[in-house]
Design a protein around this ligand. Structure first.
Ligand SMILES: [Ca+2]
Ligand SMILES: [Ca+2]
Length: 438
């Protein structure tokens, strides 16, 4: 039975496993959200009722505990929208163990440049999930003014029509003086970013040890994924993403990263750029490993562009398009459509239906033609399936003549577990997708 908000107790107290009092508090449209957030203690959750809340900046400086997270979320009884009228809706400073979920965030008409989630100081263990962020005056997630952010997870979010500099996510300071590390950005759908730059996900200098995986990113201005970091440290892992369409390079990786099992498609300046534009400045940990990617430009335009001074290990990739620049490093077991660099693992044209974004090979010509000479060569494929025998060349491990995995389309990429539950071809559920405002 669905209870109306009038009869739901506004304050329910329960005793957590740790023995602390944890409360669930609700907020109705018109309530003072800052006051509600200020009153939260470790373990508490604030549930915003469905409807449109209008708010100025909400400062979040709360610290939960490992077993007592603080949660701020929308009601599951309908869409909860927060319309922001001021710079930076959620301003997170020095917070820990805080989770945001199931919120739609939009900018008020005529609001100035602002970000939906703006981080400052030192934040750890923050989760933002299943949110829909669009028509805002700045970035959706901005860490441009932080000292250090660690273990940030952004998952299952749809982000579109950003403004200002326009990044979907801007992670770390440009000059490396503030970093985002050991964080995960997964299963997001980022598209039609706006503003004057509009990168999809941008990881800046000194930000290392992050995972960017299973995202669907398309129709951006600057690259869909831009890893600017060239510094040493645990590499940034970019895997199982599908990206298409940028007014710049579709994906640009400047250094110290493992890029594997991705499907990157034109149009764009180059589909994958390895190394900085302009004068290369490789740092001490700059090697880029690119394994089992599909790079498709659709013609003679560059599918891959090498900066030259950057060390690469480039194997098991399908390069369906042109090549610019001269690589430095090891290139082996790749398929080259036009210009052959090193060996060519597979003769003849690839057999897949590019017009339908269906790149599962229609023949077994790529099967077992790959290389396993590096520990970062993937053991799974784009769909999350285990690779059998030698890795196949490209993002898919062929198992049978028909593709049983997710069909590439705008929307959230479903998890392998969800696909198994729902069967092949199951439509992905995207937050905010019911609006049809693409
Ligand atoms: Ca940018
Ligand atoms: Ca195989």
């Amino acid at each position: 039975m669905r209870a109306s908000w009038a009869v739901v107790p506004a304050f329910c107290v329960s005793i957590s496993a740790a023995g602390a009092r944890a409360a669930s508090v609700s907020a109705a449209p018109g309530d003072d959200l800052q006051a509600k957030v200020d009153a939260l203690s470790p373990g508490d959750e604030l549930v915003l009722a469905s409807g449109v809340h209008r708010s100025r900046r909400i400062s979040v400086t709360k610290r939960g505990k490992p077993d007592l997270w603080i949660t701020i979320k929308g009601s599951n009884e309908g869409k909860t929208t927060i319309e922001s009228s001021e710079w930076h809706l959620f301003f997170l400073r020095d917070c820990r163990f805080v989770r945001f979920a199931s919120l739609e965030i939009i900018g008020a008409r005529g609001a100035p440049q602002y970000d939906a989630f703006k981080f400052a100081g030192r934040c750890e263990d923050v989760v933002i999930e299943d949110c829909s962020i669009h028509d805002i005056g700045g970035a959706a997630i901005s860490c441009s003014g932080v000292e250090r952010v660690e273990r940030l997870i952004v998952r299952g979010c749809r982000i579109w029509r950003t403004g200002g500099h326009g990044e979907g996510m801007y992670l770390g300071r440009q000059d490396g003086s503030g970093v985002v590390v050991n964080s995960v950005f997964e299963r997001n759908w980022i598209h039609h970013t706006g503003g004057d730059q509009g990168d999809g996900i941008e990881i800046n200098a000194g930000s290392v040890g992050n995972a960017v995986r299973d995202n669907v990113i398309h129709d951006t201005k600057f690259p869909c994924i831009f890893v600017e970091n060239v510094e040493a440290g645990p590499p940034n892992i970019v895997e199982r993403n599908v990206c298409w369409g940028a007014k710049d390079n579709v994906v640009q990786i400047n250094g110290n990263a493992v890029v594997r099992n991705n499907i990157f498609l034109g149009p764009g300046k180059a589909v994958l750029r390895l190394g900085p534009e302009g004068k290369p400045r490789p740092g001490p940990g700059s090697t880029v490993k690119a394994f089992n990617n599909l790079l498709w430009s659709g013609g003679g335009e560059p599918a891959v562009s090498f900066a030259g001074d950057l060390d690469v290990i480039f194997a098991n990739n399908i390069v369906d398009g042109g090549v610019t620049g001269k690589p430095k490093g090891l290139l082996t077991h790749n398929y080259w459509r036009l210009d052959i660099l090193g060996d060519n693992a597979v003769p003849g044209p690839p057999k897949y239906d590019a017009a339908m974004k269906a790149f599962y090979p229609l023949s077994d010509s790529f099967a077992d033609k790959g290389w396993r000479g590096d520990p970062d060569v993937p053991w799974d494929d784009f769909d999350g399936n285990v690779r059998i025998g030698m890795p196949d060349v490209g993002p898919y491990e062929r198992a049978g003549t028909a593709h049983a995995g997710w069909k590439i389309s705008p929307g959230l990429k479903p998890t392998a577990a969800a696909r198994r539950r729902e069967g092949p071809g199951a439509a992905s559920q995207a937050p905010g997708s019911s609006e049809g405002r693409d």
